[in-house]
Design a protein around this ligand. Structure first.
Ligand code: F6P
Length: 576
């Protein structure tokens, strides 16, 4: 196993130093900036196209030094190397963790490990690129109209059926890269087993021009398989009703062959569902669900944006992987951000972390990060099975700015909780629109509306950092009785991330950045960030409860009294 050791233990020197600093910690960002005119430049870092300003965070040289020591002690760099080289760092499943291999350029020079590396007998690079080629070829057929439905019509809508990592990644990326999508091709996403989801997403579709992608790593997920069966039923019924196909088994088989493809690691189960293995795109058990967006799981997005854009997306990931691998810890952005999160979580007792994209196209990014961060680091035992002795994980949440400003920012500005926040923005919008009339005030005629948007981005982090003192409030002529309510204490830590534009590459960079932040934190905590046993019990119990909900008296009797009475109430309401 890897040499790295968990350091989330009060016994290490760095941990003790940080605990000491945290006692009575009284951050004063106004004073820190006043005392050090170079603070912003010293604490602003570059990772590929991402400029990351940590100066408005709770970092001092002393804190940074101790955090970096923590990373050294935990062997973050060595464990990262072990990960990309294929060691089985997912110990509870005894698996390699190789999502970084999904974006290695083909035969790239200077690759580490070198091109053509083999893990557990598998030629990883060859398999990754063979699958990519298969996905690109299929996507091109759909995009060009060469691939048609069973009646010969070209595909206009792709419906991805998946859940968790087989949904959140593709939907987030599709939404983020909509400006790159081919006109006339829409992608929809069905995930919830609530039948309303599949109903709503298919209600207005023409089955003759619809292609379903069943995306499931295991091809055993109840929600996805149920939705896939509902979609198949819908296809058969709608095609038969319009007379497009007959209702023989052969008709149905040919309809499935032209309207269903799959992405999975379990190609035998794909075949059992009736999907031709020729139309199935594989990946491997060393790609975790929440790390799979850049595998064949992204096939729906490749269809939408095409090969070249997808290659740009992968290159973005790889640029950050290389940054993570080669940059010294003190300038290594994912490491620094991961360490900061440890500082906030373990020493300053922050419970949650806001992520606030100032880019409407990133509106699903917080939801995506929820799975990436919380399914990865919501653990209470270490990789050796011993219990952790400090908090792990953070509650990730957020919405795009400026919408969030008019909803929950009040609590961040003036509430009692410490909520570190990541602000993400791009300099060039996809659609530059000018306000031709302006309002004669701060907004000048002809001003780019994106400037107004960005003014909010800058203003919010400024307000959070520096606040407004009672004297400043009084100087505005505020009545004394209201002064306390209008004071902003400031000293609310933020990180600002700025990129040139939301290109496929930048999006890949952002995702990889957070993947490696999660990795850094998981390594400090000594936990396996790549398993997800915590979701299993609910799945098992759902199967056990299903007969009771279906009216099986013995199964109902076997439930605890609360569950039993809730099911009884449900059954009574249903039949009334
Ligand atoms: O929720 C648990 C989980 O296993 C996730 O990790 C995964 O992304 C999701 O279910 C979907 O799994 P699958 O792709 O195998 O259908």
């Amino acid at each position: 196993m890897t040499e790295s050791v968990p350091v989330e233990s009060p016994s290490t020197e760095a941990w003790k130093t940080l605990a000491g600093i945290a006692e009575g910690f009284n951050p004063d960002l106004r004073a820190w900036f006043a005392a050090d005119p170079s603070r912003a430049s010293r604490l602003t870092f570059q990772a590929a196209d991402l400029t990351v300003d940590l100066s408005k965070s709770f970092l001092t040289d002393e804190i940074l030094g101790a955090l970096l020591q923590l990373a050294e002690d935990a062997g973050v760099a060595g464990r990262y190397r072990a990960m990309i080289e294929g060691e089985h760092i997912n110990v509870t499943e005894n698996r390699a963790v190789l999502h970084t291999a999904l974006r290695r350029p083909e035969n790239g020079e200077g690759l580490v490990p070198p091109a053509g590396f083999v893990v557990d007998g598998q030629d990883v690079d060859a398999d990754v690129h063979a699958t990519l080629d298969k996905v690109y070829a299929f996507a091109e057929k759909v995009r060009s109209g060469e691939w048609t439905g069973v009646t010969g019509k070209r595909i206009q809508t792709v419906v991805n059926i998946g859940i968790g990592g087989s949904d959140l990644g593709p939907v987030m990326v599709y939404e983020a890269l909509k400006p790159y999508a081919q006109a006339g091709l829409e992608v929809r996403f069905v995930s919830n087993i609530d039948p309303s989801d599949v109903y709503e997403k298919t209600a207005d579709l023409d089955p003759e021009t619809t292609l379903f992608i069943v995306a499931s790593k295991t091809f055993g997920t109840l929600e996805t398989l149920t939705n896939a069966r509902l979609a198949r039923q819908w296809l058969w019924e709608r095609l038969a009703t319009s007379g497009a196909i007959g209702d023989s088994d052969d008709d149905r088989t040919s309809a499935v062959a032209k309207h269903f493809v799959a992405v999975s690691t379990a190609l035998d189960k794909v075949a059992a569902f009736g999907i031709d293995p020729e139309n199935a795109f594989g990946f491997w058990d060393w790609v975790g669900g929440r790390y799979s967006v850049d595998s064949a799981i992204g096939t729906s997005v490749v269809i939408a944006i095409g090969r070249e854009n997808w290659q740009g997306f992968l290159a973005g990931f790889h640029a950050i992987d290389e940054h993570m691998r080669t940059t010294p810890l003190e300038r290594n952005v994912p490491v620094l951000m991961g360490l900061l999160n440890v500082w906030y979580t373990n020493f300053l007792k922050a419970q949650s972390h806001a992520v606030l994209p100032y880019a409407q196209y990133l509106h699903r990014f917080p939801a995506y990060l929820q799975q990436l961060t919380m399914e990865s680091n919501g653990k209470s035992v270490r990789w050796d099975g011993s219990p952790v002795t400090t908090d792990t994980g953070e509650i990730f949440w957020g919405e795009p700015g400026t919408n969030g400003q008019h909803a929950f920012y009040q609590l961040i500005h003036q509430g009692t909780r410490l909520i570190p926040a990541d602000f993400i923005a791009v300099a060039n919008p996809a659609h530059p629109l000018k306000d031709q009339t302006g309002d004669g005030g701060g907004v000048t005629p002809g001003q780019d509306v994106h400037d107004l948007f960005m003014a909010n981005f800058f203003a919010q982090t400024k307000a959070l950092a520096f606040g407004k003192t009672a004297d400043e409030v009084r100087a505005e002529g505020t009545a004394e009785s209201v002064v306390p309510a209008r004071v902003f204490t400031g000293n609310k830590p933020t990180t600002s991330i700025l990129a040139p534009a939301l290109t496929p590459s930048v999006l890949g960079q952002l995702i990889a950045l957070y993947e490696h932040i999660v990795f850094t934190e998981g390594t400090i905590w000594g936990i396996d960030s790549f398993d997800q046993w915590g979701v299993e019990l609910g799945k098992q119990l759902a199967l056990q409860v299903t007969p009771a909900v279906g009216g099986d008296a013995a199964a109902l009797e076997a439930q605890d009294s609360s569950t039993k009475s809730l099911i009884e109430k449900y059954l009574a309401l249903r039949s009334s």
